[in-house]
Design a protein around this ligand. Structure first.
Ligand code: GYE
Length: 326
């Protein structure tokens, strides 16, 4: 034990020549692990439903690797029951920390209570679960209500407060679907000539966004709409394909606005097919592992760490496109 600590201290002083040989089988010391032991984090991810999610997964995996943290990663394929199983298995494996992005808001109390009883701290990333505060250390992610408001405010300005809107919702019961709907609805409520006449889930997926829009455009209400508000870029990109398939011009005949800020959305904006995206940053790996490491050192964390949003539209997309990281 003493030797391990000495290695950690000496290797941190910057003098390579004086560095003693490490004992056989020694694992690299990390700031996060106590007494030089590698920190083990179990992460239950929602799935791979969107480009946002893929960027989020890559950020978490890359950051764990960079810090020498052992990551046990589990993909739930958008099923809550799979996430609950993964969290139970992390508890059985006695990981040091559990982190997860809850697919829906409700139904987490029993399994998080089990984690608490086992003495394993829980970190929540991206989406909020409806549980008492004492069941997790901190929640880091964006303010989805504000994102819905920002999308609405852009549209109000663009249309002068007059629009017939179809809404493509995210995964039913998820925090971003609930909040992006709420924020948008509240912001347009003051405008009697702005109406959402159609609202259906596309599960945050491109293929579903396309399918739902195809069906919509064949229905009588489909002829009345002049705006599509999608809860994420992937569904908006699917909707754009469906609009083009009926010979209409996305971005002109039907305005299309969405949330996330993925690279493909910027490409669509430069082509004039998507009008606006409100950015939701998926690169949460650094903040997540900073938080875990701070907690391990005994530092106090805010219960709610808000990741700020941005907004881009047809007028700013081309300049920003080369800077996009996801
Ligand atoms: O907007 C969507 C993804 O929870 C913020 O999930 C995230 C959302 C994101 O599938 O693309």
């Amino acid at each position: 034990m003493f030797l391990l600590a000495a290695v950690a201290v000496l290797s941190g002083c910057g003098s390579n020549a004086a560095e003693p040989a490490k004992p056989a089988g020694d694992k690299p010391a990390t700031d996060a692990g106590q007494s030089g032991k590698k920190l083990v984090v179990g992460f239950s991810q929602i799935g791979a439903e969107s480009a946002w999610r893929t960027a989020n997964t890559n950020s978490i995996k890359a950051e764990a690797e960079k810090r020498g943290i052992e990551l046990k990663f589990s993909d739930a394929q958008q099923k809550q029951e799979n996430q609950i199983k993964a969290i139970r298995s992390f508890i059985d494996q006695k990981v040091d920390v559990i982190a997860f992005a809850p697919v829906v808001e409700t139904g987490w109390e029993p399994v998080l209570t089990e984690a608490k009883k086992a003495g394993i701290p829980v970190f929540v990333s991206d989406r909020r679960p409806q549980v008492p505060d004492d069941l997790y250390v901190t929640f880091l992610g964006a303010d989805f209500i504000k994102e819905g408001q920002m999308a609405a405010e852009w549209l109000i300005k663009k249309t002068g407060g007059k629009a017939v809107i179809a809404e493509l919702e995210g995964t039913t019961g998820s925090a971003p679907a609930n909040d992006r709907k709420k924020g948008f609805a509240e912001a347009i409520a003051k405008y009697p000539d702005m109406k959402v006449v159609f609202s259906q889930t596309g599960d945050f997926k491109r293929a579903n966004g396309k399918e739902v829009t195809e069906a919509l455009l064949k229905s009588p209400v489909g002829n009345t709409i002049n705006v599509i508000y999608a809860h994420n870029d992937d569904m908006a990109l699917g909707a754009i394909q469906a609009i083009e398939a009926v010979g209409k011009k996305p971005g002109k005949d039907i305005l299309v606005i969405s949330i996330d800020g993925i690279k493909d959305a910027f490409v669509a904006m430069t082509e004039g097919k998507l009008n606006c995206t409100t950015e939701c940053n998926p690169l949460l790996g650094p903040l997540l592992f900073d938080s875990i490491e701070k907690f391990k050192k005994g530092e106090k964390l805010e219960k709610r760490q808000i990741v700020p949003d941005g907004q881009f539209d047809e007028t700013t997309a081309a300049k920003e496109l080369p800077n996009r990281k996801y």
